[in-house]
Design a protein around this ligand. Structure first.
Ligand code: HAM
Length: 417
């Protein structure tokens, strides 16, 4: 039997890959305007980084990581998300020593052992940004605006922004007690996961789809914010309003990663079956310190590219396809065929997309191939034309044919672009 790709992964074949290149190009261009610079970190890191960074009691670390021992007996894990690695790199390379704040972005594969379904893969791709070094709520608002602007500029419609404040660790410690008190009477009725969450990570009780009914009327964290947290949250909202970014406050929004403080947010859109979250992020003021650096605040986001493509498709948004061939070159006769090799190189050096036959096919089959490749022009060189220093050029759009000087072919085609 032939070998197939691992469950939950995808092959991005020519035809689809142009859409990826387009999205990536848009992301880079957006980051240029927002003044975020690219960072590339390893796809695997020491497992301990994610345990410390993402959180021991999160689903990601407890059951979704691809963890393995390498030949040197180190425990490594494929990165399940981008933030922890970028924080590690920020600390390791002492970027905090720079006079300005660090605004970084990344595009790349992430790995989570989840049950695959529409919009959920085991290898998926995120476009993410992380900004370090400032607690200013204007920076939270900038990050939220960046994600929203990205969705808008690629033509995604009806994206909603949901925001919440998850407070500081001190605020959360108090709030956890309220949550535990609220759920105590029904504790034994909760699902197995939630029974263990009750002690270890009670805020996640609000996030459970199975126990949704028990969570109704639960106290919200917004009711328990201290003055500083409430002020920060207010300011983020004011900035979003000023920028014209529509948002909804969702006091039950709990993210699946432990590092958030203050702002937490998600982007939602319909179109991928049961899944409606297409991106998310928030502020993480303790994370840099936890990973071993001088403590510095941070805020960032991660947008899933597969989910974006699924929603774009569901909404019928046009995506750029493979651009057509400028010219297909056909050589008739031995000398002419040899000459096409040189001619192609000249055309390509001039910036044109050019192709020829490599299967020894007859002229008719070559014309069909030119058609399949969407060629704008077919250039036909016979031994006689070659001797005269000329070449026949046919426009595939109009069927018109003309004879041009061979030496001027590249210039002539380029001029017709
Ligand atoms: P996250 O919410 O775990 O956050 O993931 C962000 C996005 O990645 C999701 O909204 C979704 O679009 C996509 N995603 C996650 N898991 C999968 C999957 N199995 N298949 C397909 N897409 C998926 C983070 O990862 C944080 N690092 C975001 C962040 C950056 N927060 C601060 N800075």
């Amino acid at each position: 039997m032939s070998i197939q790709k691992p469950v939950g992964t995808q092959d991005l074949l020519p035809g689809a890959v142009e859409k990826w290149q387009y999205l990536e190009g848009k992301a880079r261009e957006l980051c240029r305007r927002f003044n975020y610079r690219e960072i590339r970190t390893p796809v695997f890191e020491l497992t301990e980084l994610f345990q410390r960074g993402v959180g021991e009691t999160t689903d990601i670390v407890e059951k979704e990581m691809y963890t393995f021992q390498d030949r040197g007996d180190r425990s490594l894990s494929l990165r399940p998300e981008g933030t922890a690695g970028v924080v590690r790199s920020y600390v390791e390379n002492k970027l905090y020593g720079e006079p300005d704040i660090s605004k970084l972005y990344y595009i790349g594969p992430m790995f989570r052992y989840e049950r695959p379904q529409a919009g959920r893969y085991r290898q998926f791709h995120q476009f993410g940004v992380e900004a370090f070094g400032s607690e200013d709520p204007a920076l939270d608002a900038e990050v939220i605006a960046l994600g929203y602007t990205f969705y808008r500029e690629i033509g995604l419609k009806d994206v909603t922004v949901e925001i919440n404040s998850v407070g500081t660790p001190a605020v959360r410690a108090k709030y956890r007690e309220h949550i535990q008190r609220f759920f105590a009477p029904v504790k034994d009725k909760l699902c197995k996961d939630c029974q263990s969450r009750y002690d270890r990570n009670p805020m996640r009780l609000l996030d459970c789809k199975i126990d949704q009914a028990y969570g109704e009327g639960a106290p919200t964290i917004l009711e328990h914010l201290d003055e500083e947290c409430a002020g920060h949250f207010e300011a983020v909202q004011a900035h979003l309003k000023a920028m014209g970014i529509p948002f909804r406050i969702n006091p039950r929004l709990v993210r699946g990663l432990d590092y958030y403080t203050h702002t937490a947010f998600e982007y939602k859109a319909a179109g991928i079956g049961a899944i409606d979250t297409i991106g998310g992020g928030g502020r993480y003021n303790g994370l840099v310190g936890q990973i071993g650096g001088n403590d510095r605040p941070g805020v960032g986001l991660g947008l899933g590219l597969e989910r974006i493509l699924l929603v774009l498709e569901a909404q019928g948004v046009d995506m750029p396809a493979e651009p057509p061939l400028d010219v297909y070159v056909i050589g008739l006769g031995e000398a002419a065929e040899r000459e096409t090799v040189k001619l192609l190189q000249t055309l390509r050096l001039r910036g044109l997309k050019a192709e020829r036959d490599y299967l020894g096919r007859k002229i008719k089959a070559q014309m069909k191939s030119a058609d399949r490749l969407n060629a704008r022009y077919v250039a036909i060189l016979g031994d006689d034309e070659l001797a005269r220093g000329e070449i026949a050029v046919k426009s595939m759009a109009t069927g018109e044919q003309e004879t041009l000087p061979l030496a001027g072919l590249a210039e002539a085609i380029a001029a017709k672009k």
